[in-house]
Design a protein around this ligand. Structure first.
Ligand SMILES: [Zn+2]
Length: 508
């Protein structure tokens, strides 16, 4: 039996009827379990086909059929490739589905001039039957009129990459010096998940958010923190918002909001699978399998990167795997990070003591631009953020791997203190692992991450193999490194004269 010690106890405690412990079932052993002499990394075409197969299933929110399919698909592949202890570990998630909604507006005193403005219901905002109120443009919270419906223009954050490079990142790889002038539009506004909360707290009975985005759409799948809001909210596209604002400039406007979305508890799963290695300790390689839409980048691409690692390492003889390998596909990312929370809560001791490092892979993403109001991909990668624990050896391992594969537009980002000084962890699906485990968390944050435009054309196909090779290099470089040794080397930023990683200029 491969899975031992604390991981065994943790896994078995959670085992369900769905669980298959292949290691204990002779029938699971097949030809694919026989390690080949020269392990082959799945090629770009294969990894891309996995992403396409996943995203073609449909909207992959927690509790939706396409997400359930993805769990089964991944588990079947793990078994087919001879991985052991394949587990579908149940987690409780919030299943969310918008059903019908509308925004009807008319000049005060003239209901005969009522007109409908196209809108989209803000996820987790409250349902409403004929909620009526005066629309009040509320650029600041002081403008919110209690009892009214607040109208707010909501922009995305724009990040100056030069500032990020110079003031936030502790290492970067940007041989073309693009960060000097590059501006990145992030998929989040300054309020992150709390888009409409301040206006509601200030007494507004409803919220209209005009998405002041570079492109023209109203389907923005934020918030996704699984917390129901007490008032209804609707998003408007920039063009629909302009229509409404023009009307409001002509005089006071009254509105009626209808909103019915279904929210209910559902069961999703984290998918786990293992390969034995030559140490008693573990390297965890993960991502999350759900997303807001078809979501090719978010995170069908992450799933496919994890699958590529599983396929590769399954061919490597046990005696040549540096550590045991645990492959993890979290569920419920779009439900408050339910899978991540569950993993940490159910296996804290294992994560704290037995895992050498967690490598989490999110988003092989192309940078997009906007043409005629629509999102279209460019041929450049979105900047790659490598959130890395403050451990010199780990930093060197990441920098060396990024250099070797020439993964341009890379930044080594801090594990805490960003994007806000008080942040205790980075905004990734690996967030809470940082408090238990040395972590490398790859994340790209394209502006379309929560938009239905995240389809196959947004995937950075050219990066799939290089990222995969970089991860293999990282695993290999952790050979002979113990969980205790890596943790003992963790330093506090600014507390000492830290040298930059060895591969500062990639040997240039
Ligand atoms: Zn993701």
């Amino acid at each position: 039996m491969l899975i031992r010690h604390r991981m065994q106890a943790a896994l078995l405690a959670r085992a369900t009827a769905l669980t298959l412990a292949c290691a204990a079932v002779a029938a699971c052993a097949g030809p694919s379990q026989t390690p080949s002499a020269t392990p082959v990394l799945p090629d770009t075409r294969t990894i891309t086909a996995w992403i396409a197969e996943i995203e073609a299933q449909g909207i992959r929110r927690p509790g939706w059929a396409a997400d359930d399919w993805t769990e089964q698909w991944a588990a079947a592949k793990f078994r087919e490739w001879g991985l052991q202890d394949v587990l579908l570990d149940p987690i409780a998630v919030e299943r969310h589905e918008e059903q019908h909604w509308s925004l009807t507006v008319w000049p005060v005193g003239a209901p005969e001039h009522a007109t409908e403005i196209p809108s989209w219901p803000i996820p987790l905002s409250a349902n409403a039957d004929h909620l009526e109120g005066e629309l009040v443009l509320s650029p600041t919270l002081d403008d919110v009129k209690p009892g009214s419906i607040a109208v707010v223009e909501y922009p995305l954050m724009v990040m100056d990459q030069k500032t990020l490079r110079d003031d936030v990142a502790r290492w970067h790889h940007d041989p073309d010096n693009e960060f000097e002038t590059l501006q990145q539009v992030l998929p989040m506004g300054e309020r992150f998940q709390k888009v409409m909360d301040p206006e509601i707290a200030a007494g507004a009975i409803g919220y209209i958010g005009i998405l002041d985005f570079p492109w023209d759409d109203n389907r923005y799948y934020v918030p996704y923190d699984a917390k129901p809001r007490s008032a209804p909210g609707l998003y408007l596209s920039r063009s629909a918002g302009d229509r409404l604002l023009a009307m409001m400039r002509d005089g006071p406007v009254h509105a009626r909001i209808e909103h019915h979305s279904e929210r209910r508890r559902a069961t999703s799963h984290n998918v786990l699978a293992a390969l034995p290695g030559r140490s008693d300790e573990w390297i965890m390689i993960g991502s999350h399998h759900d997303g807001p839409w078809h979501s090719a980048v978010e995170d069908a691409s992450g799933v496919a990167l994890v699958m590529a690692q599983a396929r590769y390492w399954a061919q490597v003889p046990e005696s040549q795997r540096p550590h045991n390998l645990l492959f993890l596909l979290n569920g419920g990312h779009m439900s408050g990070g339910a899978g991540l929370h569950h993993m940490v809560d159910s296996r804290r001791e294992f994560l704290q003591s037995d895992v050498v490092a967690a490598i989490h892979l999110e988003h092989a993403a192309l940078e997009a631009t906007v043409v005629d109001g629509r999102l279209v991909p460019t041929d450049k990668p979105e900047p790659r953020w490598w959130f890395t624990s403050y451990i010199p050896q780990l930093e060197d391992i990441v920098a060396t791997a990024v250099c070797k594969q020439d993964l341009r537009r890379s930044l080594m980002m801090p594990p805490y203190g960003w994007p806000r000084p008080q942040a205790k962890h980075p905004p990734t699906d690996a967030a809470y692992f940082f408090s238990t485990t040395p972590v490398v968390s790859l994340l790209a944050a394209p502006m379309y991450l929560f938009d239905p435009a995240d389809r196959m054309n947004m995937v950075d196909v050219q990066a799939l193999e290089p990222i995969s090779r970089a991860v293999i290099d990282m695993v290999v470089a952790l050979d002979g490194v113990s969980a205790a040794e890596l943790r003992a080397a963790e330093y506090l930023p600014g507390s000492e004269d830290r040298r930059p990683p060895d591969a500062q200029d990639c040997g240039a």
